[in-house]
Ligand binder design. Structure first.
Ligand code: 5GP
Ligand code: MG
Ligand code: MG
Length: 188
């Protein structure tokens, strides 16, 4: 961890700031879903959402199920190739279930739009999205939520490539407990 810390140019979202916002999102989702008889399925988008999912579900005061899905569009660089594919699918049957897709960050929207289409075909009754970060300035695809689904976003992120709290550059830095930007010499 020490070596990684030296690679960070600036911290954008500290542990404390993240924890507080995750708590708020948990309360909001808990109250939005508390009237439903069916317990929602939280689907983490691997691998980036791993830490966010783990922290978020502990702030949900409802019975829920947890599953994972994986969509890949990034190589090891910082620019999406725009054509995500599902490379690891759900274990659970989500027919007639409310799904909350848990993402680390929404950038162009390509990944979410592909995932939402996929969950529609699997007959989810609604699809909500809970993303920790959103870069609305970079949106290329306008994705549509399903049914009564809502969009939850932790923070608006500046147009910079960020790492930490689950997010990687070339599979490194996911284990940082905060979110930051690397020194330019490490984006290589
Ligand atoms: P999109 O399909 O919306 O363009 O990109 C979504 C995925 O790309 C995110 O779930 C995330 O895995 C990755 N991504 C987008 N922006 C960033 C970023 O700033 N840092 C990192 N580490 N990954 C990003
Ligand atoms: Mg992701
Ligand atoms: Mg990545």
């Amino acid at each position: 961890m020490m070596a990684q810390v030296k690679h960070i140019e600036k911290v954008l979202f500290s542990d404390e700031v993240i924890a507080e916002r995750v708590g708020q999102l948990g309360s909001e989702i808990t109250s939005d879903f508390s009237g439903d008889s069916e317990s929602p399925v939280f689907v983490g988008v691997a691998t980036g959402a791993c830490l966010f999912l783990a922290d978020l579900v502990r702030r949900i005061e409802l019975p829920i199920a947890i599953d994972y899905i994986r969509a890949e569009s990034y190589g090891s660089g910082t620019v999406s190739n725009g054509l995500p594919r599902i490379s690891f699918d759900l274990k659970l049957d989500i027919t007639n279930k409310h799904v909350v897709l848990v993402e680390d960050i929404v950038d162009t929207g390509n990944t979410l739009s592909c995932l939402i289409e996929h969950l529609k075909l699997k007959k989810a009754s609604s699809v909500s999205v809970c993303t920790l970060l959103d870069k609305p300035s970079r949106r290329k695809v306008h994705f549509k939520l399903l049914g009564s689904g809502k969009f939850y976003s932790g923070f608006e992120c500046p147009d910079e490539f960020v790492v930490g709290y689950g997010m990687d550059f070339a599979e490194q830095y996911r284990n940082l407990s905060y979110i930051g930007v690397l020194k330019p010499e490490y984006y290589m």
